[in-house]
Write a protein that binds this ligand. Sequence first.
Ligand code: GDP
Length: 445
Amino acid sequence: MDFKETICALATPQGVGALAIVRVAGPNTFEIVNKIFKGKNLLKVKPNTVHFGRIMDGEVTLDEVLVSVFKAPHSFTKEDAIEISTHGSDYIVRRLLRVLIKNGCQMAQPGEFTQRAFLNGQLDLAQAEAVADLIAADSEAAHQIAINQLRGGFSKKLEILREELINFASLVELELDFGEEDVEFADRDDLKSLIIKIQGQINPLIDSFEHGNAIKEGVPVAIIGAPNAGKSTLLNTLLNEEKAIVTDIAGTTRDVIEDTVIIEGRKFRFIDTAGIRETTDVIESMGIERSIKAMQAAQIIVFLFDTEENRLFLEKLLVQYPGSKSILWVQNKIDILPEEEIRKDAIAISAKNQTGIEALSKALIETTKQLSSQDTTITNLRHFEHLTKANEALTEVLEGLDMGITGDFLAQDIRLSLHHLGEITGQITTNDLLANIFGKFCIGK
Ligand code: GDP
């Protein structure tokens, strides 16, 4: 795609630093930068080289800089591009941008470089989105997912599935061209097994979203236990700061407090809940309800108890609210409990004295590892929604096949699922479909 404008923007964070990088891309990049650069003639240098020189604002030297020169199509946006490394001063950057604009550049819109990279086919949509995720990633696990997506593993997987489906769609559409003649180019059994195969690949991706999103936002952990079991103290120990109110009076932690903490490169979102106990107090029973809600929202539940009575209560609770959550049994206050009351089948800690916390952290890490055995993980809501819709359309195709419906209805649902798969990576489905038909068959119309 030919963009008329040459755009510029600061690519590094604003503020004082050792260096700042200003990026310029577009058709007049070389001409514009050459006008303000004192050094080699940039119109004559070899592509992919770096040059030292001075940036001039009229007669005034703004800074001594390095310019990195990229010739189309070998740049991020596939256009001519130059990166100017200046000293990291806001003042220099402001003046540099001003002088670039004075000489014909336009300030880039947010995300415009990446958008151009996408429109020029450097990246697909899912990869472009991964650039944003990569920049936003604040834990090792989130970073890993974003980098995988940027490298295109997920897109490739989808593309292969789409290709296979497009082939079938073409055959079904071809049948429609023959109208009244009773021809069947697309073998219905083959189509059925292809769809089952595709669903077999899409479904784990859809399922991975809950965990993928949790990695991005923090794996939700609910700490559940009777009042005074030490939930707030444990949370504080984990957060290492006093965010929850710790008190001796039973039933005072009434608000749900949430906070995130990164343990060994993984983000956890801890939910400290009001203590659970059988009670007639209205506010207290609301606390119980909230605890149960927290349990439902959590991926990992920490059952925290000190005495046997409190542990039995949690067991009762578990029977009442069964589910497939990962549960960690943690016994607190081992510093004051008599030896014989300390259980062997729980993680023993003293939240107050900060002992046993490492074992608890390890258990949390191990549990999330089990949750994320999947090699490709979806973290993006848009992808999740399109995959879900693609899957629904495929189910319609399967049902249609079972009912023996006509090709035109089948084609509709296949096209719909192709559309949703294509929306993820940013391909334009109908063009693809037509190109595929004409590319394979000369139907002479
Ligand atoms: P919550 O109601 O479950 O949030 O419990 P809190 O965190 O408010 O703790 C209740 C009381 O138990 C406070 O007095 C804490 O200081 C105390 N506590 C918490 N953890 C420990 C521990 O490991 N050992 C001892 N001895 N006391 C603790």
